[in-house]
Design a protein around this ligand. Sequence first.
Ligand SMILES: NC(=O)c1ccc[n+]([C@@H]2O[C@H](COP(=O)([O-])OP(=O)(O)OC[C@H]3O[C@@H](n4cnc5c(N)ncnc54)[C@H](OP(=O)(O)O)[C@@H]3O)[C@@H](O)[C@H]2O)c1
Length: 251
Amino acid sequence: MNRFSLEGTRVLVTGANTGIGQAIAVDMAGHGAHVIGVGRSAMDETAALVVAAGGRFDAVHSDLATVAGAQAAFAEARDRFGPVDTLVNNAGIIRRADSIDFTEEDWDAVMDINLKVVFFLCQAFARACMAEGRSGSIVNIASLLSFQGGIRIPSYTSSKSGVAGLTKILSNEWAANGITVNAVAPGYVVTNNTEALRADPERNKAILDRIPAGRWAEAGDIAGAVTFLASPAARYVTGITLPVDGGWLAR
Ligand SMILES: NC(=O)c1ccc[n+]([C@@H]2O[C@H](COP(=O)([O-])OP(=O)(O)OC[C@H]3O[C@@H](n4cnc5c(N)ncnc54)[C@H](OP(=O)(O)O)[C@@H]3O)[C@@H](O)[C@H]2O)c1
């Protein structure tokens, strides 16, 4: 038996239309999972990539800015396709401004999507697993800002530090039910999320100079760790936030 295979499992990935979520969907499907993408935008590109690689992909459309929208999407996925084995909480946003000027709107928007909805999706998933008497795995997408402070992103840092804490408490409560709860903390990845940083020559150089690997990550660099944490090979791994950062945090 290949303990790294996801054959026969069903995986729900939020924000699967682009960036890291798309790479996770393609990688997990490539390891045998039936992937259900959840998000507000069309996921045709991801579907095409998964199908080209011989996998199965379905989409559930919902805005993940509200708990009600997230819960409805989870229920729809379960009703249409059956029990979910792995939940990947990937969807997330960032708002940049000096903390001295930061608005309540930018605080709430980020905290709602990056932390509040993540918690309630984890809860919906665990309730379903427990009701069905099934084991499962959750992989949350954290950040280097789960470990560090950063600058000009107060709600993002707070939300991602919260994701690392949430990952630990849910692991404490649910490990005995056979549900592992882990997070992956990507380093600096080339996606929409980091467009502003890469467009600023000074910030871009400062970041590159500090990455031991000497380059930004591609989204595909992050996906393997998520696939591993969802696989039987990681069944005794729970409660961790695993950095995938080209060596940044070791510096
Ligand atoms: N890029 C990095 O360097 C980096 C580093 C550390 C952590 N991360 C984290 O990795 C995750 C993925 O980010 P990314 O870099 O791939 O950024 P991205 O390309 O901007 O993707 C973000 C994803 O979240 C979805 N999303 C945002 N708001 C949503 C909403 N209200 N409802 C439904 N979906 C929504 C987006 O959908 P739309 O396209 O419809 O907006 C998109 O699929 C995020 O949690 C991010 O914080 C990224």
